[in-house]
Design a protein around this ligand. Structure first.
Ligand code: GCW
Length: 683
């Protein structure tokens, strides 16, 4: 076994580039890569060159020459045109198939030498291919006779930061914002480059820099210059920047009398503002906006509607190729008494009224990034509007940066969910990638979990969620196991024992979290404000739908939110046959039982348990899995560097304590409704 005693702080993420400790593979790699020629000359080619120099020297444990032209058995890296100049022709049909962002990696005999060619239609795509090749080496794959091609399934893959201009981060658990606005544009922190490297390595091609609860200042000339400086850093990595504007910006910045999107003076202000942005940032991605939601201003404040606001902004962006992400996270209680139904009721009637460069952006589920939600019914309900999928990488409701929870499984469940929009197979993934309704535009956005903490994400294992977001956004067909496998090998070790152990932890972690927090479709049970820890009794919020009792509705008869046709009828927002399946207690998947039904305590579940017994069983199973993670982790002590080992150990202790708290508080609270308050463990 390999003893790992070198201290690590997690800064390097999955780009650790440790020497290949598999003799057979190392010999193969050394033989195959006697030199690496990066053919281009631009800024991106320079980045590729330095990444390869650094990575190969470390992985192969000896410097690899990087000549201008290939020498011997070489890695040959460039655009398709550049490769042609050194005698490698990629057939035009293949090149067409790659699109702007795809890449291919191919072994090829050239004279007496063997080359491994990494090729693409653009320099940033070559960079993606180079990172993919490095991943093969980092994970000890066979690189003999390579012939692979890959292109993204979703066009815009954006990491969205809820970072405030004062450096704080809304729902951020890894210390302060990465963007140092006070020092920009003069000082370019080297960390901006490392952020871009990390994003580029997993195919993320956009970053939205500021919080959707936005500060108008980000659109002032002073701040746009700062944003432009960041855009200049990110550009060669193939990453475009986006901003979150506030709809009242014309009033706040330039004292216009109104922010009404229908007012010509307002539209002119935005057009001018957007022109100013594009003068500074010619490849600016566009805007992501939160409007008429949780106190953010919106068109409805002026008697206009979402489409009026969205189209006005979209018209300003369109001449420059910019896009508009209009968030559908709205829950105006006058629309419907069931919060889960509101967004659908507001947005579906607007289908067909948005400009082509508008995305309606919906969260994965209809409430708010809960440990588990059914997919948002807007997916599959707006035929004429491209829908962007918003996922939350930061673990607001899933234990923040204390709990080890691998979110890939949650996202995969959502992406694979069948909406039945145009019949079976109309998965959320295929709605989002545009294929169900024939949209060419597609977008996925993840709320970032990064901050200036040395290990980027607060918890070493939260890095896995950043990684998985990028990989799934690139190819939602990748399995969660495969993504976990890659990440573990690169971040921890290729040692099979470490690999298996950490995989067991990752792959059981989401289900465990659901079990100890909100099993069987329960949701919204966290403490108010900070959202960490349980509070099922909470009932004193300003809005009724911010109360936890509103969601679980526990009483002496049973528990759960009746969203069947006999209740709020939220099921009607889903297509048949899913609608009917969810509507009936007997066919509703148990994982969503209490989301859609108010169920008697003595109702029998598939396990044979009554609902009450099953709930208790789930709480216990969740806690037991955290105990198991702790003992698995302890078994790895000699194989993990001490600093990261200790850090994760401490986190697991805290997670265990909090998981027990969830179990005990919920059991005691719900126990009182069945006259069984004592059945819970003492609090
Ligand atoms: O998840 C909730 C959060 C808010 C957030 C909001 C949103 C940015 O509690 O902090 O605000 O959703 O998505 O707009």
């Amino acid at each position: 076994m390999t003893m790992n005693t070198i201290d690590e702080d997690g800064y390097e993420l999955w780009l650790r580039y440790r020497p290949v400790d598999n003799a057979e593979r190392l010999a193969q790699y050394r033989k195959a890569i006697s030199s690496a020629a990066v053919l281009g000359t631009g800024a991106t080619a320079q980045i590729i060159r330095s990444e390869l120099a650094r990575a190969l020297a470390a992985l192969l444990d000896s410097a690899v020459p990087l000549p201008v032209n290939p020498v011997g058995n070489a890695l040959v890296v460039g655009t398709i045109d550049e490769l042609k100049a050194v005698g490698v022709t990629i057939p035009s049909a293949e090149s067409r198939d790659l699109g702007a962002e795809g890449f291919l990696i191919r072994s090829q005999q050239v004279g007496s030498d063997n080359w491994i060619c990494i090729a693409a239609n653009s320099a940033p795509a070559v960079l993606t291919g180079a990172f993919h090749f490095l991943r093969l080496v980092q994970t000890h794959q066979d690189i003999h006779a390579l012939d692979l091609a890959s292109r993204p399934r979703i066009r815009h893959r954006v990491f969205g930061h809820w970072d405030n201009l004062d450096g704080s981060i809304e729902r951020g658990y890894a210390w302060r914002s990465l963007w140092n606005w006070d020092e920009l544009p003069e000082k370019i922190d080297s960390r901006y480059h490392d952020y871009a490297r990390a994003c580029a390595s997993i195919g993320i091609n956009g970053t939205c820099l500021n919080n959707v609860n936005a500060n108008a200042k980000s659109l002032t000339a002073e701040y746009l210059v700062k944003t432009a400086a960041l855009a200049d850093v990110f550009r060669p990595y193939g990453i475009r920047v986006y901003l979150s504007p506030v709809l009242s910006a014309p009033v706040l910045i330039d004292s216009l009398a109104t922010g009404d999107p229908r007012d010509p003076a307002v539209a002119a202000w935005w057009k001018e503002k957007v022109d100013e942005i594009y003068r500074l940032i010619p490849d600016f991605g566009g805007f992501q906006i939160k409007a008429n939601s949780e106190g953010q201003p919106g068109p409805q404040d002026y008697g206009a509607n979402h489409d009026d606001g969205a189209n006005m902004l979209a018209d300003a962006l369109a001449p420059h190729g910019g896009m508009l992400l209009w968030r559908a996270f709205v829950y105006d209680a006058t629309i419907d008494a069931d919060r889960a139904k509101c967004a659908y009721k507001e947005f579906v009637p607007l289908d067909g009224r948005f400009q082509p460069n508008v995305f309606v952006q919906a969260k994965n589920g209809p409430i708010d990034f809960q440990p588990r939600e059914p997919f948002h019914p807007l997916f599959g309900a707006m035929e004429q509007t491209p829908l962007a999928l918003e996922l939350q990488v930061t673990q607001e409701y899933l234990g923040q940066s204390i709990h080890l929870v691998y979110l890939a499984e949650m996202w995969k469940e959502i992406l694979d969910s069948d909406t039945y929009a145009i019949g079976p197979g109309s998965t959320v993934a295929r709605i989002v990638d545009g294929s169900v309704y024939g949209h060419s535009a597609s977008c996925i956005i993840g709320v970032a979990n990064t901050g200036s903490d040395r290990n980027w994400c607060g918890h070493h294992f939260s890095q896995a969620n950043w990684y998985a977001f990028g990989r799934l956004a690139w190819d939602y067909d990748l399995s969660v196991e495969a993504i976990a496998d890659e990440w573990i090998r690169m971040t921890w070790s290729n040692d099979p024992l470490v690999l298996d152990a950490i995989k067991t932890m990752l792959l059981g972690s989401w289900q465990a979290c659901i079990n100890y927090m909100t099993p069987l479709g329960l949701h919204h049970m966290m403490q108010a404000g900070h959202h960490y820890g349980p509070d099922p009794a909470f009932n004193s919020a300003r809005r009724v739908d911010w109360n936890n009792v509103y969601y679980h509705r526990a009483d002496t008869k049973g528990i759960g939110f009746d969203r069947s046709s006999a209740g709020s009828n939220a099921v009607s927002q889903y297509h048949s046959p899913l609608r009917e399946q969810l509507n009936h207690l007997d066919t509703c998947p148990e994982k969503f039982l209490l989301w859609f039904h108010h169920v008697p305590w003595d109702h029998r579940l598939q396990s044979g348990h009554t609902l009450w017994d099953e709930l208790q069983h789930r709480y216990d199973a969740g806690v037991t899995f955290v105990e198991k993670m702790r003992s698995i982790w302890q078994s790895l002590q000699a194989r993990i560097d001490p600093q990261r080992y200790e850090h994760v150990s401490r986190r697991l202790e805290q997670q265990l304590e909090n998981a027990r708290l969830w179990r005990d508080v919920c059991r005691k609270y719900f126990g009182q409704f069945i006259g069984n308050a004592d059945s819970g463990a003492p609090m």
